[in-house]
Design a protein around this ligand. Structure first.
Ligand code: ATP
Ligand code: MG
Ligand code: MG
Ligand code: MG
Length: 491
């Protein structure tokens, strides 16, 4: 009895509809101005004014008491930046869907917890002995008390006492950003293994025990570092990662093995020269498969919502999209050795998500052509940078770390490129070289280079690929006369 992702999403929405919730459409990944987040990072973002007690321009919103939807979220900055984990684990994505239900000054803890437990154990039929729940343990420095009420409610609902665990601020006090609505929360975690006490693995970033759902009891408003005020009313705000829930219900240990990702991975593997995806956590090629599949979704969703990859625009969102796309092209070409255009990945993404987010279908051709244009430009520019860089580095074969001067020379050499310093950092890593901290971008938020990812072996692969893929012109300077053929590969 396997659920499809579509059935799982629908069951969530239908369950809350049958509990008097109204389906309220998800918002764009471009947040409202002044919302305090970079991309939309949670289902509650569009409801923030309601939590703060503001008068709303949307009359439908001002009369709504209970809402449900599946929200497009992207976590690439600030309090919620998951880029460094993407591909290295199987549960954090740049783009993901957050299933959510809300009470605006209506029901509170007890009902929210009861409904969540009923949905998990009776509708999705997840065995109770695979679940752990948490409650906020208090934070004296902010005079925030432990949420003993929450603990007792879980026991009343029937959760075994050994499965009700306290948590600190980091995990059990949810905040959208540096300021704004916030509150203690209670989370539901799933144990993939069972048959042992795994309570010590909860919130330990352990792949065996994964956080599924967060129920936030919105009652505070963060005003500053040491200052927290009360909201005018109490609200419920919940968020459950659809991709993680689907992996549980489809009995897969990895989100990438579910029907939300499998067709994308299969498409990537058609043209990869490194062999197919094996699901390994350590093989650099498998990491790249996951990164490419993840970034392809983020790219399609972003473009469909009106973000163009560019060096500026939309308060940095355009730049971030370009960085993610460059990173995706690089993993696809360099690590996987694929000559396939990334525009070929648009099709499976739209196929999988288009019914839920019709803006993907409406903009299908546009997304494809933007991806094609962006990657052609990228391929020229980055190939140049690699060539320039490799000849420079070859002069000093014994170097482990580049000097500040080296870095500046390289930056200047590639200063005609967008994201020159990004490239220096990424290309250096490909050669197994470190660069002095003083030369890295002060704006760490914009750095897309994952320090956890050791890709030192990629350089030689990349160079052979460049040689194969490009046609040197007569004057010996590299020119990449690539033409995209009908089947989506480059000649
Ligand atoms: P984690 O501790 O795993 O990073 P979180 O506590 O940061 O998750 P919340 O802010 O509580 O996440 O978001 C609610 C739910 O959204 C989580 O319980 C999880 O199921 C899901 N989620 C959060 N971040 C991601 C992500 N990057 N990719 C996929 N799902 C996510
Ligand atoms: Mg997180
Ligand atoms: Mg967490
Ligand atoms: Mg959480």
């Amino acid at each position: 009895s396997s659920w499809t992702a579509a059935e799982i999403r629908t069951a969530f929405i239908d369950f809350f509809k049958s509990n008097q919730h109204e389906f309220y459409p998800p918002s764009s990944v471009i947040p409202d101005k002044g919302s305090g987040t970079f991309f939309t990072n949670a289902g509650m973002n569009q409801f923030k004014p309601i939590f703060l007690g503001a008068t709303l321009p949307d009359t439908r919103l001002s009369s709504i008491k209970r809402a449900v939807n599946s929200q497009k979220c992207i976590r690439l900055s600030g309090k919620h930046n998951d880029l460094e984990d993407v591909g290295l684990d199987t549960t954090h994505h740049t783009f993901f869907e957050m299933l959510g239900n809300w009470s605006f000054g209506d029901y509170f803890k007890k009902e929210a917890m009861q409904m969540a437990w009923t949905l998990m154990t009776e509708v999705y039929k997840i065995p109770a002995d695979r679940l752990y729940v948490t409650y906020f343990g208090g934070e004296p420095s902010l005079s925030l008390p432990a949420d003993i009420e929450c603990k007792e409610l879980w026991l009343e609902i029937g959760v075994d006492a050994s499965r009700v665990l306290p948590g600190a601020m980091k995990d059990n006090f949810w905040e959208m950003g540096d300021t704004g609505p916030c509150g203690p929360c209670s989370e539901i975690h799933y144990d993939f293994v069972g048959e042992r006490n795994a309570s010590h693995l909860v919130n330990a970033d352990h792949p065996d025990v994964v956080e599924l759902w967060n129920l936030v009891f919105m009652q505070y408003n963060r005003l500053g570092t040491n200052e927290i005020g009360l909201l005018p009313r109490q609200h419920i705000d919940t968020g459950m990662g659809l991709e993680r829930l689907v992996s549980v219900l489809q009995n897969k240990r990895s989100n990438y093995d579910t029907d939300l990702f499998k067709p994308i991975i299969d498409t990537i593997s058609k043209c990869a020269q490194c062999g197919s995806y094996t699901g390994s956590m350590s093989l650099s090629t498998d990491i790249s498969y996951r990164i490419v599949a993840d970034h392809a979704r983020m790219m399609c969703i972003s473009i469909a919502d009106g973000i163009m990859p560019a060096n500026q625009g939309l308060d940095g969102l355009s730049m971030k999209l370009r960085q993610i796309m460059y990173r995706m092209f690089r993993h696809q070409r360099v690590s996987l050795g694929s000559a396939m255009s990334s525009s070929m990945l648009v099709e499976p993404v739209v196929e999988i998500l288009g019914d839920t987010f019709p803006e993907l279908q409406d903009n299908y051709q546009l997304i494809k052509s933007i991806v094609k244009g962006e990657e052609e430009e990228y391929y020229e520019r980055v190939s140049d940078a690699y060539t320039v860089f490799s000849s420079y580095v070859q002069k000093y074969p014994n170097k482990q770390m580049l000097s500040e001067e080296d870095v500046n020379i390289l930056k200047n050499m590639s200063s005609s490129l967008d994201l020159a310093s990004e490239l220096v950092a990424e290309v250096a890593a490909d050669y197994g070289l470190t660069i002095p901290a003083s030369t890295t971008d002060t704006n760490k938020e914009l750095s897309v280079h994952s320090t956890k990812y050791d890709n030192s072996k990629l350089a030689s692969k990349f160079l052979s690929r460049v040689e194969r893929a490009c046609i040197p012109s007569t004057n010996d300077s590299f020119k990449y006369n690539l033409t995209l053929s009908e089947d989506g590969t480059y000649n």
